[in-house]
Design a protein around this ligand. Sequence first.
Ligand code: HEM
Length: 139
Amino acid sequence: MGSEMCIRDRLNNAISEIIRWQTPLSHMRRTVINDTHIGEQAVKKGDKIVMWYYSGNRDERMFENADSIDITRANARNNISFGFGMHRCLGMRLAEMQMRVLWQEIMTRWQRIEIVGDVTRVESNFINGYESMPVRIVA
Ligand code: HEM
């Protein structure tokens, strides 16, 4: 990332990186319609295939230090949190806009947000979310 990058581009990149790292939906499933290969793996018509977005987003061949959040990551936009191909999320631009507006408003109001208690995760192998996260907002 060049140092000339403007705040707006930086924020957009940060949002892509956060959504890569978080991967709100862990996977989707497809049904194979013709016998074929995926890489070296043979698959047959009718087989069910799970696409682990969560795994792809942490693939070190694609994302160096994939477990770390780096808001200047050059290829953060290559995340697959919204899927890929013809069924790629129809609402991704709206979702990104919501995150952008949220962060713009947070940054104009508050210095920081601190986690001050136990964080509870949603118990699911599909939704990668949080049930509760007690925080303190520092204005
Ligand atoms: C952070 C928020 C969101 C995430 C992480 C997300 C993620 C996804 C994923 C992973 C898929 C599946 C892609 C596939 O099967 O290949 C999907 C599909 C879809 N999403 Fe989202 N989504 C989000 C927000 C939204 C919003 C706000 C809307 C609508 C306003 C929306 C509408 C849809 C629709 C209609 C599909 C089905 C597209 C198709 O099957 O052709 N999503 N989304």
